[in-house]
Ligand binder design. Structure first.
Ligand SMILES: CC(C)=CCC/C(C)=C/COP(=O)(O)O
Length: 253
């Protein structure tokens, strides 16, 4: 049977419609009474099928709605999709929220920065970006939710866990970087609004490109928002990490 290939969470997610979901996971109607063999022997008895709880039915309904809604929003999933002509623009947005340019830009800034305060902020941004990659990889590897079937796997630089979609790494990074930038950069109001808009648009574009379901992005935003709290808690400074800054200063002399 097809379901035997999946773990429980995947089994809930492999079907694209509510109807498929009910048939491919657990039946939502009450099962037919178990059949017994003519002799009534236990060997001939069909295993009873458990009826799902209300919470399980509600959860599955939500997942089915998520899959269906995400498919409808995937209007740039291919060149021939409804809004396929906007795909190159959305792919540009994809690169703007990708880990490689953010890591490369931060490392470049660190190498060029001459002020200790600037270096401290950039070092913490580097820590935040690495933390984000590690946490997202862990959750993706644990949940193992497959990307939507309408996604074209033509993404720019991926790692093995990126075949999974929960949570969206772009959404976590966008939310975390947005909070980081708003806290540590002195920006005029229009620029602050632009940063927030960028984060929101990066998230929405993941669903429009067909890379993710809405729930992947929603959870990604929440996770990224909370990741900034971790960065703030473990903020690296000459006081909290004197050895690190001593090595750094030595290296830059
Ligand atoms: C290889 C490096 C440094 C980062 C990978 C960035 C990436 C491809 C994340 C996946 O994002 P989504 O989960 O939003 O598709």
């Amino acid at each position: 049977m097809r379901l035997q290939k999946y773990n429980t969470f995947e089994a809930l997610l492999v079907s694209d419609t509510f109807e498929n979901l009910t048939f491919s996971c657990f039946p939502l109607q009450h099962p037919a009474p178990p059949q017994t063999s003519p002799a009534g022997s236990p060997a001939g008895r069909a295993a009873p099928v458990p009826s799902p709880s209300c919470a399980a039915v509600a959860f599955r309904s939500l997942l089915a709605a998520d899959l269906r809604f995400s498919r409808q929003l995937g209007v740039c999933a291919g060149e021939r999709s409804a809004w396929g002509s906007a795909r190159p623009l959305l792919r540009l947005l994809e690169v703007s929220g990708h880990g490689v340019p953010w890591l490369a830009g931060t490392l470049y800034g660190l190498g060029r920065s001459e002020s200790p305060a600037g270096r401290e902020v950039l070092l913490n941004l580097l820590f935040a970006l690495v933390l984000d990659l590690v946490l997202v990889a862990m959750v993706k590897g644990l949940v193992r939710r497959r990307r939507p079937t309408h996604n074209k796997m033509d993404m720019f630089v991926t790692i093995s866990v990126d075949k999974y979609s929960f949570p969206s790494g772009h959404a976590t990074r966008a939310a975390m970087v947005c909070r980081f930038v708003l806290h540590h950069l002195v920006l005029a109001i229009p620029l602050r609004v632009l940063v927030v808009l960028w984060a929101i648009i990066v998230g929405i574009s993941r669903v429009m490109l067909g890379r993710h379901n809405v729930s992947d992005v929603a959870f990604g935003f929440i996770m990224g928002y909370m990741q900034y709290n971790v960065v703030k808690y473990f903020w690296l400074s000459p006081l909290s990490a004197p050895a690190l800054f001593a090595v750094w200063n030595q290296w830059n002399q």
